[in-house]
Design a protein around this ligand. Structure first.
Ligand code: GAF
Length: 397
């Protein structure tokens, strides 16, 4: 949704020890504990999460670490290793939706959402370090939110389940930060497990861990961060969301999830009088189908067969949902021409990152082809790394 840019990253390798030391340097005492939450890529199921549909994200090895200790005076102090400006100090009873700007709005929003839900959470000192790239569509915001939520859950013995923490984080982002995102990113940060993608039904929030053993099959999933962040991203996300809701209303369904592939032609005909809406509806309906097809492939051990489904997902986001950009299209086209099994943009769109499924032996060559194509087109050099399906949020010490 373009909100990732608000979250600071140091970009440097970090560990619990470093983060504990930094906390002590800032606050003058050791933290009570250290918590971690990861960034994510979405394998398939884009913009379906606010249409009650299906998503299939996986956690990245890149994490945001939170070192934290409780306070008894109702004060919240926030400090980030990746942001300028020192310690942000707030009173928890004075937190007001959309009043707080910058990266601190995300953790402050968690405290606000917990208090609003009647949970007995008090003040805290928090220090963050992050290796999740910001503004890259890799959910650094959700990592920051969920690391905070998990820390407070433990500090105040709230006993909340990961999915409840994800809902609190989404509430914080929607109502406190003011970004109308769905539930995918927070659930991925809270619930993913190593070696798996997370199949989430965003209507009833049931989920299943789907084994995704890329290395075991001689495959690699590359992430290409285009380093493009389109200014229009935020407004355009809300616009797409409103268009989908208009479509559901016009069709008389609760959400576009309720339009089946079999009924798509009729639905599109019915929407002929709603400019722009049919293409949005076609993306959502076909995207939900693609998620189910990808899962069927993975369940059958046919991982290579997901490649064309990923690529079809990109075409749908580019042509129907209209949220790609030249740089993302260049990654996809170049990677496919260089022999990738499939490629697509991932996340909210208008910049950010693409994922590319490749044979292990072809990974380097395809990465080089993308880098060269970017240089030839005069774009910034893309950042390329591997998406290893990693753990969701957890306590480190
Ligand atoms: C952003 C949002 F935060 C998610 O909720 C989701 O809608 C995604 O864009 C698109 O699939 O990451």
């Amino acid at each position: 949704a373009g909100h990732e840019a608000a979250t600071p990253t140091t970009g440097r390798p970090h560990g619990a020890r470093h983060t504990a030391d930094r906390f002590a340097a800032v606050y003058g005492a050791a933290p009570t504990g250290i918590w971690a939450a990861p960034g994510r890529v979405n394998l398939i199921g884009e913009h379906t999460d606010y249409n009650d549909g299906f998503v299939l994200p996986l956690a990245l090895p890149h994490t945001t670490l939170a070192a934290a200790a409780p306070r008894t005076d109702g004060v919240l102090r926030l400090h980030s290793g990746g942001a300028d400006g020192g310690v942000v100090e707030l009173r928890i009873d004075a937190l007001r939706p959309t009043a707080q700007g910058g990266w601190a709005a995300y953790p402050a929003g968690i405290v606000w959402a917990m208090r609003e839900a009647g949970l007995p959470v008090g003040g805290a000192d928090l220090h963050y370090d992050s290796t999740v790239p910001t503004g890259a569509g890799l959910s650094s915001s959700a990592a920051l939110e969920v690391a905070t939520a998990l820390a407070l859950n433990d500090l105040y013995a709230l006993g909340l389940e990961p999915q409840r923490l994800a809902r609190i984080a989404q509430r914080a982002e929607n109502a406190f930060v003011g970004v109308p995102c769905g539930i995918m990113d927070q659930t991925a940060a809270a619930c993913c497990t190593e070696g798996h993608a997370l199949f989430l039904d965003t209507r009833d929030l049931t989920h299943r861990q789907v084994p995704f053993d890329l290395a075991g099959e001689g495959l690699r999933l590359l992430v290409v961060d285009t380093r493009v962040k389109h200014e229009l991203g935020d407004g355009a996300y809300a616009e797409r969301r409103a268009g989908c809701e208009r479509g559901a209303r016009a069709l008389g369904v609760r959400a576009l999830r309720d339009v089946s592939g079999a009924h798509l032609p009729e639905a599109l005909a019915e929407l002929a009088g709603e400019p722009g809406v049919p293409a949005l509806v076609r993306h959502i309906v076909t995207e939900n189908q693609r998620v189910e097809e990808v899962i069927a492939c993975l369940d059958a051990g046919r991982t290579r067969a997901i490649g064309p489904l990923l690529t079809a997902g990109h075409a749908s986001l580019r042509d129907d949902f209209a949220i790609s950009c030249p740089e993302l299209d260049l990654v996809v086209d170049t990677a496919l021409a260089a022999g990738a099994l499939g490629a697509r943009m991932t996340g909210g769109g208008f910049g950010g990152s693409a994922i590319v499924l490749v044979e292990e032996a072809a990974a380097t060559g395809i990465g080089t082809a993308v880098t060269e194509a970017f240089a030839a087109a005069g774009h910034l050099e893309p950042r390329i790394f591997e998406a290893v399906p990693s753990a969701g949020a957890h306590r480190l010490q």
